[in-house]
Design a protein around this ligand. Structure first.
Ligand code: GAP
Length: 597
């Protein structure tokens, strides 16, 4: 694995320079909740903007913004009430709670203990003599239980009606499908995106913003017709991806690097929609600054998949010597919409129009309720519905003297003559289909953490160790620092006017006039500001400024009225600093030493 900073280095830098820190520190803090400081909030917002541009705007998807609290029936339907659990083991000695699967992974090297059945996890805890990480007492023999991760609340005064903080933003999209379908003019495929908070009562939050209890997700739910819709893979077929399939995880060789086109044709990626999104996700991650030498896509093992997923691949980044999941790409099939259709009062289908009307034979029933009612009482309506279903499914069941149907576990024998069974020819112009769902789901917090980790650099400048974050200009919290060499002789006034002009031109600007110039450069380097503009004595005389490049520390001198245009070129990748250095005078004597006065 590549060398990156330690977790302690990232967390220390993040707190000191205002990227993120534990929330409510003045009240002792509460595990799993983090506040983004001024630098982190800007970095996170820029990541969200870049995601919105790529996955919503450029893909022509709809974006919505749904509430974070939803009523209980939503999660009965989605399956989260029953199955959104993690394995909990509690220490009898100190009472501390732990994720049993994580303890097993730490003790054995098993990669996804979450996929193991509970009795097996209990056995491993016993046989490996796993101890409580908090107090060292043995956990052998302690029961491992399922712990539901949803935060429950009451909606309204008094006991209210039960509600839950959504554990994924996706449900806010699924429940609105009947209206969203209208906005999409009933045409598949269409996609809906949402960037927002989700809540998970994690058993053991850890590694700062990598595992939190309040997180931000950026999710896309694409609704497709499983029979007719196919993605256009031409734009991504040549993209090379490190793929760690189930088969590869079985061996010793690690991920296999292959083009997406080859992965699809060789069946490594069976689902073309997942292949499409892995392709554009890889390009997007590279664009925002993820180190692609510390990145891979890993397929879920069968026992690891969420209750709704037919196939799932994770994007994983290496940080602090560990692989963390930063996004999931799941084929959810018809699971979500058919579950909501079962529980809600609306249709969750789309009408698929045939090219030409077709005439088909349709088996129908018209039960004689004047017979069924007196004969079967309260069960009569259920029997009639079951007869209709049976006619669609199995016409031959009506061949004999009587038909047998089961309602609520009880069997009823109905004379065929009272069922009104008939086969008729009908002309149909189309049919109702339940769309399938393809879901790329990104963790914004983990992306932010990865970007800081992967951008971290140390080098030697003027015999001093310099620490800096090599953020891409698109996501850097601040794009340009403006510094008067000193706040006198007109330099301060000129620099403030320049900072104002740059802000009005749409750049995020940090103005700093305190401390020596080398120290100010270092402050901006450490928060990842790509460029710095210095107003010095020469600026007052000839209206030029110096422009400094964070990564190389090279500086050039250029007329101030050319600055905005040049910064735009740098911001949107139309020029590099090296290009500009070819055009303008480069400074050979550079003030860089932060300890000089
Ligand atoms: N709708 C699908 C879904 O929620 P997930 O894999 O559970 O899938 C998606 O979550 C992403 O959200 C993950 O890939 C991860 O980046 C992020 N995530 C999940 N739980 C998290 C947590 N407790 N803290 C921070 N990020 C989390």
């Amino acid at each position: 694995m590549s060398e990156g900073p330690t977790g302690e280095t990232v967390v220390e830098l993040a707190k000191r320079r205002g990227f993120f820190f534990p929330s409510s520190g003045a009240y002792g803090g509460v595990a799993g909740f983090y506040t983004y400081g001024p630098e982190g909030a800007a970095l996170k917002r820029h990541v969200e903007d870049a995601w919105r541009e790529r996955f919503s705007v450029r893909e022509d998807n709809l974006e919505l913004d749904a509430p974070t609290i939803m009523p209980e029936p939503v999660f009965e339907a989605s399956g989260h009430l029953d199955t959104f659990d993690d394995m909990l083991v509690e220490c009898a000695e100190c009472g501390e709670s732990h994720r049993a699967d994580h303890l097993v992974e730490g003790a054995t090297g098993i990669e996804d203990a979450e996929a193991l059945p509970i009795p097996e996890v209990e056995t491993i805890v016993r046989e490996e003599a796993i101890e409580c990480p908090a107090c060292g007492a043995s956990l052998a023999g302690e029961p491992v239980t399922e712990f539901n991760l949803m935060f429950e609340t009451a909606i309204g005064p008094g006991s209210g009606s039960p509600g839950y903080l959504r554990p994924e933003t996706a449900q806010g999209i699924f429940v609105e499908f009947p209206l969203l379908r209208e906005y999409a003019r009933n045409q598949l495929p269409f996609g809906v995106t949402q960037i927002g908070r989700a809540y998970r009562n994690e058993i053991s939050p850890r590694r700062a913003i990598v595992r939190v209890r309040e997180l931000t997700q950026a999710e896309l739910e694409l609704f497709v017709d499983p029979e007719t819709d196919r993605p256009d893979l031409s734009g991504v077929a040549d993209t090379s991806l490190p793929l760690y399939s189930v088969e590869a995880q079985d061996g010793e060789g690690g991920p296999v690097e292959m083009t997406l086109g080859a992965a699809v044709s060789e069946g490594v990626l069976e689902n073309e929609w997942i292949a499409y999104y892995l392709g554009i996700a890889a390009e997007w991650y590279e664009r925002i600054g993820v180190d692609m030498d510390r990145f891979r896509f890993r397929q879920h093992l069968p026992g690891e998949r969420a209750h709704y997923a037919a196939d799932c691949w994770d994007a994983e980044a290496e940080v602090d010597g560990n692989w963390i999941e930063i996004a999931g790409f799941a084929y959810r099939g018809e699971y979500d919409l058919s579950k909501h259709a079962e529980h809600a009062d609306e249709e969750f289908t789309v009408f698929r129009q045939y090219d030409e009307p077709v005439t088909v034979e349709r088996a129908t029933v018209d039960p004689d309720m004047s017979y069924l009612g007196p004969e079967f009482g309260g069960a009569a309506a259920g029997i009639a519905e079951e007869l209709a279903r049976l006619a669609e499914r199995d016409r031959e069941a009506f061949d004999g003297e009587a038909v047998v149907v089961t309602v609520d576990g009880e069997s009823y024998e109905i004379p065929t003559e009272v069922t009104g069974f008939a086969v008729e020819e009908v002309t149909e112009s189309g049919e109702h289909v339940v769309p399938h769902v393809v879901e790329p789901s990104f963790g914004v917090d983990r992306t932010v953490y990865t970007l800081i980790d992967h951008a971290y650099r140390e080098d030697e400048v003027d015999d001093e160790t310099r620490r800096f974050l090599a953020f891409e200009p698109e996501v850097a919290p601040t794009f340009v620092g403006v510094f008067p060499l000193m706040d006198r002789d007109g330099m301060g006034d000129r620099a403030s006017a320049l900072a104002r002009e740059l802000r009005e031109s749409g750049f995020s600007v940090s103005y700093d006039d305190s401390g020596n110039i080398g120290r100010r450069y270092r402050r901006q380097d450490e928060v990842g500001t790509p460029f710095g503009v210095t107003v010095d004595y020469e600026s007052v005389e000839d209206d030029t400024v110096t422009l400094r490049d964070r990564d190389s520390t090279r500086q050039i001198r250029l007329p101030s009225d050319e600055l905005v245009g040049r910064l735009h070129e740098l911001r949107y990748g139309r020029a590099t600093f090296a290009d500009l250095a070819d055009e303008y005078e480069e400074l050979t004597e550079r003030a860089e030493n932060p300890t000089e006065t």
